[in-house]
Structure formats: C-alpha cells, structure tokens
Design a binder for this molecule. Structure first.
Ligand SMILES: NC(=O)c1ccc[n+]([C@@H]2O[C@H](COP(=O)([O-])OP(=O)(O)OC[C@H]3O[C@@H](n4cnc5c(N)ncnc54)[C@H](OP(=O)(O)O)[C@@H]3O)[C@@H](O)[C@H]2O)c1
Length: 297
C-alpha cells in the first residue's frame, strides 16, 4: 500500500480563500474589518518568522493586522497593560501573544488576561472549558487544522479508534476533545504510556504530537490507518542549508502501511495559520452579531 498524501498546503489555501471571501462580505454588510493583534516579546528567530507569516497572511485575507513587539526584558506589567489596551480596542477582534514568553513573565497569567471573546488561540481556561463541555468557541488552531484535514479525508469519524500521542494543552488535549466530539474512541498516550507501539497499532487514526523526529515507526501502524503528523523537528541533513524539517512519524515507513498521511512540511503546519484567520473572522462575526456564511461555519 502507498498512502495518499494529505495536502495541507492546498487545504490551507482553500480555507484562507473562504475566510477572505467571508471577511469581504462582513466588511460590505457591516463596515467591519476583522482585526488580529499579535504580540511578540523578545527576538526568538522562529517566533519572528511565525509572526511575519501571520501578519502577511492576515493582510492577504483582507483583515487588519496589528503587530506589537516588546523587548525580551519587558516587565510583566507592561505586557499586561498592552493586553488590557487590546482587550478594550474595538478594532481588535483577535489577540495572540506569541509563545514562548521570557522567564520573568508568567505565561499562564498573560493568557488568562486576554478577553476570552478575543482569545483566537483558544488557550484561555474559559475556551478550554467550553471545548471540554462540547460547546466550542475558539479551538486551538493546530488541532482545529488537524480535525479539518481529517474530516476532509473521512467526513464520518464515528466509532473509529483514535490514538493521540502527546497531551500538551496546545495540541494533544484539545485534539482529543475534538475527536471525542466526533464520536471517536480516544486514547491519549504520553511519555509514561507503557508499550506505545502496542497502543498505536490499535488505532484507525494516529495523531502524533510529540516533538521526536521519526519516533512512530511503520510497523507500529495498523494497515489502513490515517496518520496526522503534527511534529516539526529540525534535523541535520546533507543539503547546503545544513538541516531539514521532519515530523514525529517515520514518513517513508508509514507511507507503505497507512491509508493516508500528512507530510512534514506541507501537512498540518500550513493549516495552523489558516485556522488562526478563521478564528479571527469568527471573533469579528460574533462581536458584530453577524451570521457566518456556511462555508466558514
Ligand atoms: N504544525 C504546527 O503548526 C505545530 C503547532 C504546535 C506544535 N507543533 C509540533 O508538535 C510537536 C508537539 O508539540 P507540543 O507543543 O504539543 O509539545 P510538548 O508540549 O513538548 O508536548 C509533547 C508531548 O509528547 C509527549 N511525549 C514526549 N516524549 C514521548 C515519548 N517518548 N512517548 C510518548 N509521548 C511522549 C509528552 O508527554 P508528557 O506529557 O508525559 O511529558 C507531551 O505530552 C512538536 O514537534 C511541535 O513543534 C506543530
């Protein structure tokens, strides 16, 4: 068997186009432009790249982008003051504080300070709770992207056994909630799970969100499984650039066993920012009590 490649780039582009069309309708009907504020503290190179990409794609979707850069040694009170100003700014519908934050800042306190109605990352405890009780408002962007890719592949997931490897608040836990809402039987595995290969081989759906290059081997997979590889790991390569990105799944091995698989790069990654734009559109729609078009519901 050679697995079907799930094209996250194409899916993300299609989603961004749907979001851009809806944003344009919102502007025409209500005179409102969805606005996303991104706060970057410090000069972490990877975060700078993410923030630049987010700003570009926000503008490309016809939305307003507000970027706030603060030095790495900024006092926590200054950051909190900025969050309070963004909470109060009617032009800002979504707020994202880029993680990780420097050690002098309590990241949990900052996330809790964001107005839950503007929390487009879906990390505020209120939004986490709403997802847990089956009334999702803002769902974290990476698991939301995984779920959209999965459902495009297989619209009805009811009864399937999904194994989520990883239990972070950003990926693993919300992913498990989304799969449960789709009526999957869900197993969450983590670093203390005993005999992980034996757990994974029961899965119809495998979500790998670990951060260990190529950890999930082909012979762990049940033939015909759908594999969503969230991992982004930079490893040494023989190319001129000196390194390349790989996922948490041994791609070449999995290709021979799985029914469908997301590549790294070009799988889950592009969906994450597209889902951030979707959440920002939703925030603007709710703030103005505008009914979202079917295509972006
Ligand atoms: N595509 C995207 O847009 C995107 C977005 C976010 C993250 N990512 C990538 O996804 C990966 C996971 O991210 P994250 O933020 O969830 O990472 P994280 O917070 O470090 O969590 C990793 C999870 O993997 C588990 N784990 C570690 N070693 C394991 C092992 N040997 N066997 C089983 N489980 C193990 C950990 O278990 P414990 O809880 O027991 O420690 C933890 O729950 C990373 O590669 C990250 O770069 C990609």
């Amino acid at each position: 068997m050679t697995a079907l490649l799930i094209d996250g780039k194409a899916a993300a582009q299609a989603l961004r186009e749907r979001v851009a069309r809806a944003a344009s309708e919102l502007r025409q009907e209500r005179g409102v432009t969805p606005g996303l504020a991104v706060v970057l503290v410090g000069d972490d190179p990877a975060s700078q790249v993410y923030v630049r990409n987010k700003a570009r794609q926000t503008l490309d979707a016809g939305m307003a982008s507000f970027e706030h850069r603060l030095p790495a040694d900024v006092p926590a009170t200054t950051l909190m003051q900025l969050v309070a100003e963004l909470n109060a700014d009617p032009a800002v519908h979504g707020i994202l504080v880029q993680l990780p934050l420097p050690s002098q800042i309590d990241a949990e306190a900052v996330l809790r300070a964001i107005d839950p109605a503007k929390d487009v990352d879906g990390f505020h405890p209120i939004n986490v709770g709403l997802l847990a009780v089956g009334q999702p408002r803002f769902v974290p962007c990476t698991p939301l992207g995984c779920s959209l890719l999965l459902k495009a592949q297989r619209p009805d997931l009811a009864g399937l056994h999904a194994v989520v490897i990883g239990r972070s608040n950003i990926v693993g836990k919300p992913m498990a909630q989304l799969l449960l809402a789709e009526h999957c039987t869900v197993t969450i595995a983590h670093s203390k799970t005993r005999d992980l290969p034996a757990v994974v081989c029961q899965a119809d759906i495998v979500i790998a969100a670990v951060g260990r290059p190529g950890m999930v081997r082909g012979n762990w997979l049940r033939p015909g499984a759908i594999v969503i590889d969230v991992g982004i790991n930079r490893i040494a390569a023989d190319t001129a650039s000196g390194n390349r990105l790989v996922g948490d799944v041994n791609f070449d091995e999995a290709l021979q066993v799985a029914a469908a698989i997301t590549p790294v790069p070009g799988g889950v990654g592009p969906m994450t920012i597209a889902c951030l734009l979707l959440n920002t559109l939703r925030a603007a729609a709710w703030a103005t009590q505008w009914a979202l078009p079917e295509a972006v519901r």
